[in-house]
Design a protein. Structure first.
Length: 89
């Protein structure tokens, strides 16, 4: 299952995240959920904590930050490259 944080859903609803960009990332996460193959897309492992490991996926100027827990994908942020890491930290 792919779960989007409340901030991501609000950004799509308000229009601050373009719908076509969201759909592009949604297709990525659907593919990842179906295959569980992180090598299909431009995915990079980010900082790890004791609880979880974070990843980023790149599509053009936009990035999505997510983590995987029990086979499910939790997307915590989707934004432009300049903004996504500020929101995440």
């Amino acid at each position: 299952m792919v779960v989007y944080e409340e901030d991501v859903r609000k950004a799509v609803f308000k229009g601050s995240l373009p719908r076509d960009i969201f759909e592009r990332f949604n297709n990525v996460f659907i593919s990842l959920y179906a295959t569980h193959d992180l090598s299909l897309f431009d995915i990079k492992k980010l900082k790890s904590s004791e609880k979880r490991t974070y990843y980023r996926v790149r599509k053009g100027k936009y990035r999505a930050i997510f983590y995987i827990e029990e086979g499910n994908f939790f997307v915590i942020s989707i934004a432009k490259r300049e903004e996504v890491y500020d929101k995440w930290v």
